[in-house]
Design a protein around this ligand. Structure first.
Ligand SMILES: [Zn+2]
Length: 75
Protein backbone atom coordinates (compact mmCIF):
# COMPACT_ATOMS: atom_id res chain seq x y z
CA UNK A 1 0.00 0.00 0.00
CA UNK A 2 2.56 2.57 -0.95
CA UNK A 3 0.91 5.85 -1.90
CA UNK A 4 3.17 6.52 -4.84
CA UNK A 5 3.02 3.20 -6.62
CA UNK A 6 2.43 3.80 -10.31
CA UNK A 7 -1.04 2.62 -11.08
CA UNK A 8 -3.43 3.72 -13.79
CA UNK A 9 -6.26 5.63 -12.24
CA UNK A 10 -8.73 4.81 -14.99
CA UNK A 11 -8.16 1.33 -16.28
CA UNK A 12 -10.74 1.85 -18.99
CA UNK A 13 -8.82 4.70 -20.50
CA UNK A 14 -5.74 2.68 -21.14
CA UNK A 15 -5.08 2.69 -24.86
CA UNK A 16 -6.06 -0.54 -26.49
CA UNK A 17 -4.93 -1.19 -30.03
CA UNK A 18 -7.32 -0.09 -32.77
CA UNK A 19 -9.65 -2.91 -33.75
CA UNK A 20 -9.40 -2.33 -37.49
CA UNK A 21 -7.45 -5.23 -38.99
CA UNK A 22 -3.94 -4.24 -39.97
CA UNK A 23 -3.99 -0.99 -38.00
CA UNK A 24 -3.19 -1.56 -34.33
CA UNK A 25 -2.55 2.10 -33.50
CA UNK A 26 -3.42 3.19 -29.95
CA UNK A 27 -7.12 3.83 -29.63
CA UNK A 28 -8.61 7.17 -28.69
CA UNK A 29 -12.27 6.19 -28.66
CA UNK A 30 -14.39 3.19 -27.89
CA UNK A 31 -17.52 2.58 -29.87
CA UNK A 32 -20.08 -0.12 -29.61
CA UNK A 33 -18.98 -2.80 -32.02
CA UNK A 34 -22.27 -2.61 -33.89
CA UNK A 35 -21.74 1.11 -34.41
CA UNK A 36 -18.19 0.64 -35.61
CA UNK A 37 -19.28 -2.06 -38.03
CA UNK A 38 -21.47 0.44 -39.84
CA UNK A 39 -18.29 1.99 -41.17
CA UNK A 40 -15.95 -1.00 -41.06
CA UNK A 41 -17.56 -4.22 -42.27
CA UNK A 42 -14.36 -6.12 -41.90
CA UNK A 43 -14.22 -5.86 -38.14
CA UNK A 44 -13.95 -9.12 -36.29
CA UNK A 45 -17.06 -9.92 -34.30
CA UNK A 46 -15.50 -10.31 -30.94
CA UNK A 47 -16.42 -8.54 -27.78
CA UNK A 48 -18.90 -5.71 -27.70
CA UNK A 49 -16.69 -2.69 -27.83
CA UNK A 50 -14.54 -1.43 -30.64
CA UNK A 51 -11.49 0.65 -29.82
CA UNK A 52 -10.59 2.97 -32.70
CA UNK A 53 -7.49 5.03 -33.31
CA UNK A 54 -7.80 8.68 -34.19
CA UNK A 55 -7.69 8.15 -37.94
CA UNK A 56 -10.25 5.38 -37.95
CA UNK A 57 -12.48 7.27 -35.57
CA UNK A 58 -12.45 10.16 -37.99
CA UNK A 59 -13.22 7.82 -40.84
CA UNK A 60 -16.07 6.37 -38.85
CA UNK A 61 -17.44 9.80 -38.07
CA UNK A 62 -17.26 10.73 -41.73
CA UNK A 63 -19.04 7.66 -42.95
CA UNK A 64 -21.77 7.84 -40.33
CA UNK A 65 -22.28 11.46 -41.25
CA UNK A 66 -22.75 10.44 -44.85
CA UNK A 67 -25.17 7.77 -43.80
CA UNK A 68 -27.14 10.37 -41.91
CA UNK A 69 -27.18 12.60 -44.96
CA UNK A 70 -28.55 9.73 -47.01
CA UNK A 71 -31.13 9.13 -44.35
CA UNK A 72 -32.25 12.66 -44.68
CA UNK A 73 -32.51 12.39 -48.44
CA UNK A 74 -34.65 9.32 -48.01
CA UNK A 75 -37.22 11.26 -46.05
ZN1 LIG B 1 -6.95 2.36 -36.67
Amino acid sequence: MSPDSPRPSHEEEEAEPCIVPGCGAPSVRHLALTEARKAFDQLPVKGRRAPLCRDHYREWKKSTKEARKLDRLAW
